[in-house]
Design a protein around this ligand. Structure first.
Ligand SMILES: N[C@H](CCC[C@H](N)C(=O)O)C(=O)O
Length: 287
């Protein structure tokens, strides 16, 4: 079986994008992981599968599979690549579209300068809905946010990190660090991702505050490891920083792979994510 794909990225977070409208696509978790494998496959952080929507008022549906093959609820950088893909492939002539995802509907819009702005929906801050098991933890409010102390067992012994827990449809645990370049992302990231208090695992964000409108961010992503940028992670970090009284909207997010911009008007309001989407090459793979 041959499968046509397009390789894309959003600020270095890279994707294999597959048109499942004009070709028959029905792969197993193992097959998605094999395509995303950096050595034995094409290589990508996530695979995005574009389908027709069966939901009233939606133009498309898209499914998101992490590098480990697991299907997930949301992908901010992927939503931008998705819009560029359906536009370049002539699958739509609209510049604003409504897209059904595993976690609800998002509304991305292609801007005149080629960037894409996505209405990512409103964040969820209730721990149980992230989901995060806060039972027995003595969290405390800082500003409008609750910080949760979590003990992380590391080779040198246990240490406690202080996390904001936010869902953008997918789960995020964000901590403030003095210097992202020195933060123990590779060591602590997987320990947070797999911590038993996150029943669906979690994306671990490390945020350095550079000013009221600017952060540097690294994210150890669930199912993918550290990526060069994380769209939903950027949204979660900005929401956490605003709730803690450390940031004011809009916020420029400097990731290792490029710049994103996040705006949020507060509880109940949607988070808007803006950034680049780049097509790298077209390909065909034999399965
Ligand atoms: N690893 C994430 C999915 C991809 C999110 C990220 N690539 C983004 O741009 O939001 C998760 O398991 O929830």
């Amino acid at each position: 079986m041959k499968l046509k794909f397009t390789k894309m990225h959003g600020a270095g977070n890279d994707f294999i994008v597959v048109d499942a409208i004009n070709q028959q696509v029905d792969l197993s978790t193992q097959q998605w992981a094999a395509l995303a494998d950096r050595r034995f496959g094409i290589g990508a952080d996530q695979v995005l599968v574009v389908q027709k929507s069966d939901t009233e008022g939606c133009d498309f549906r898209y499914r998101i599979f992490n590098n480990d093959g697991g299907e997930v609820e949301q992908c901010g950088n992927g939503a931008r690549a998705f819009v560029k893909f359906v536009t370049e492939k002539g699958l739509t002539t609209q510049r604003a579209i409504r897209v059904q995802t595993m976690n609800g509907i998002i509304a991305p819009r292609l801007e005149d300068d080629g960037s894409v702005t996505v209405d990512m929906g409103a964040p969820v801050l209730e721990p149980a809905l992230v989901p995060f098991d806060s039972a027995g933890l003595a969290g405390w409010a800082e500003g409008g946010d609750t910080l949760w102390p979590l003990s992380i067992e590391q080779p040198g012994g246990a240490n406690t990190v202080f996390l904001s827990v936010v869902s953008m449809g997918n789960p995020h645990a964000v901590q403030v660090v003095d210097d992202v370049d020195c933060a123990p992302v590779e060591q602590s990231g997987p320990l947070i991702e797999h911590h038993p208090r996150f029943p669906n695992r979690v994306n671990a964000g490390f945020m350095q505050i550079e000013g009221r409108h600017r952060i540097k961010l690294r994210v150890y992503e669930r199912g993918a490891g550290e990526t060069l940028a994380c769209g939903t992670g950027s949204c979660a970090a900005v929401v956490a920083g605003i709730r803690r009284g450390l940031l004011d909207s809009p916020v420029q997010v400097s990731a290792r792979g490029g710049e994103l911009s996040v705006a949020w008007a507060g509880i109940g309001a949607p988070v808007y994510l803006t950034g680049p989407a780049v097509t790298v090459f077209e390909g065909e793979v034999t399965l």
